[in-house]
Ligand binder design. Structure first.
Ligand code: NAD
Length: 474
């Protein structure tokens, strides 16, 4: 018989943090029924009041930031400063979406007929099924739940099996902030069990999913029979372009932060660096020095720059790509090995002489590995950058404003940075990717509201007679 619980582990030590229920379809049924019943009342709560709860939630997150960050270093392995940044993103999102309670703007527009009024308004959809990954264990639930709630939906959250305790705290704080308990339900467990049951549940009309491309395809198929609204935020194979006129020290700062921050486990991680051949040797030298100087250690220690990756399977996957890179003929400049001892650590790894079509330049590794690709021109750089299936983030380091603007136009990604790395999104602009990073939706900013609302167009005729659009105004 399958176990009824699963353990959350500390990736830095391999020790068990806590056990959680391994929920299945019946638990999902119960959670959805509760959230569905709560929706009838929650959708009628005035949006400013819903927003006020998010303001209180933001305040609670602020006061709990040190404790949540510390827990994140232990349950997810993110280093201290980055764990604080993850919580801060949730705080920012709660304030932003709290304010949305007094906006949620629709449109009014003149009618073609006399004595007739027209407007469009945003309507909540119902129960939202939110499925989240482990790599932003507080921020991503906030990106999904804050807009969903302020728009008047209720939510069933299925968090990643690697970070259940953080998700549990997140939901407890929402309830402490005054959210009625039934409005947000949490279901722990595995993707193929609790996750799939949520996706298939007939009373869940919206699925918001962040995770890998492969799982995104499964979710889309499972939701297809009921034509659900599906919002996908998937993987990336993000590139930094370094032109020959770039400030190379600044570029190296950007590469180190984007390729090795969070041990490379960000959807926006820079796993490719496309370098103009004139800057190639110098950039390699500088990057290797910096990579080898990085302090690997316990994520809760102040000095640590690289913590563990999430679990044993992740170390194995990352190492398998080192072997793939070598067998493809790329040159391993540094790293390429596990760190001995307890925990799931991998050294910052840099490959040189990578061809754009090699697997290490095409597939998401999700670890501290980056691939240097030499090119001869700006046009070749953009072509290489765009030669992957994903389209999340991109960046260019150049002092040439013409090239910067051409890159902003031509790079096929949902996010482009100029003279900064590939990571660093703020909550009030849309976040998400083109191509196979998603399915055309966006998280964050005003764009997030489109996922969690349906537009309703309303026509009010106060003429006292039947007026026929397209006919009576000829
Ligand atoms: P994952 O796809 O393995 O899991 C994500 C979530 O989906 C987990 O909660 C998991 O339990 C659930 N799941 C798994 N199988 C399922 C199924 N059949 N049905 C329903 N749910 C299922 O991804 P992960 O390893 O947790 O996260 C890493 C991935 O997430 C990377 O590809 C990364 O790029 C991506 N990511 C994307 C963004 C973005 O905004 N674009 C942000 C963060 C992470």
């Amino acid at each position: 018989m399958a176990a009824t619980t699963f353990d959350s582990l500390n990736p830095a030590t391999g020790e068990v943090i806590e056990s959680f229920p391994r929920s299945g379809a019946e638990d999902v049924d119960r959670a959805v029924a509760t959230a569905r019943a709560a929706w009838e009342e929650w959708r009628l709560v005035p949006a400013p009041e819903r927003g006020n709860i998010l303001f209180r939630f933001a305040e609670l997150l602020r006061s709990e930031k040190p404790a949540l960050s510390d827990l994140m270093t232990r349950e997810m392995g993110k280093v201290k400063a980055e764990a604080g940044g993850d919580v801060q993103e949730a705080i920012d999102m709660s304030y932003y979406m709290g304010g949305e309670g007094r906006r949620l703007f629709g449109h009014t527009t003149p009618s073609e007929l006399r004595d007739k009024f027209m407007m469009s308004v945003r309507m909540p959809v119902g129960v939202v099924g939110a499925i989240t990954p482990w790599n932003f264990p507080i921020a991503i639930p906030a990106w999904k739940l804050c807009p969903a709630l302020v728009c008047g939906n209720t939510v069933v959250l299925k968090p990643a099996e690697d970070t259940p305790l953080l998700a549990q705290r997140f939901v407890e704080l929402l309830h402490e902030a005054g959210l009625p308990e039934a409005v947000v339900q949490i279901v722990h467990g595995f993707g193929e069990e609790a996750g799939e049951a949520l996706v298939r549940h007939p009373d869940v009309p919206v699925i918001t999913f962040t995770g890998s491309r492969e799982t995104g395809v499964l979710v889309t198929k499972a939701a297809a029979d009921q034509l659900k609204h599906v919002h996908l935020e998937l993987g990336g194979k993000n590139a930094i372009i370094v032109m020959d006129d770039a400030d190379l020290d600044l570029a190296v700062d950007g590469i180190v932060w984007s390729a090795f921050g969070t041990a490379g486990q960000r959807c926006t991680a820079a796993s490719r660096v496309i370098v103009h051949r004139k800057a190639y040797d110098e950039l390699q030298r500088k990057l290797v020095v910096r990579a080898e100087r990085m302090i690997i250690g316990a994520p809760w220690e102040d000095a640590t720059e690289i913590g563990p990756v999430i679990n044993k399977a992740a170390v194995e996957k990352i190492h398998s790509y080192t072997e793939i890179g070598k067998s493809e003929g790329a040159k391993l400049l540094t790293g390429g090995e596990r760190v001995d001892g307890a925990g799931f650590y991998y050294r910052p790894t840099v490959f040189a002489d990578v061809e754009p079509q090699m697997r290490i330049a095409q597939e998401e590794i999700f670890g501290p590995t980056t691939a240097l690709i030499p090119v001869d021109s700006f046009e070749d750089a953009v072509r290489a950058a765009n030669s992957v299936a994903y389209g999340l983030s991109s960046s260019i380091f150049t002092r040439d404003v013409n090239k910067a603007f051409a890159a902003m136009r031509d790079l096929q990604t949902g996010i482009t940075y100029v003279n900064a790395g590939t990571t660093g999104a703020e909550v009030h602009l849309p976040f998400g990717g083109m191509k196979q990073t998603g399915n055309g939706h966006r998280e964050a900013g005003q764009a997030a509201l489109d996922v969690f609302t349906e537009w309703k167009s309303v026509y009010v005729d106060y003429s006292g007679k039947l007026q026929r659009a397209q006919i009576d105004n000829q």
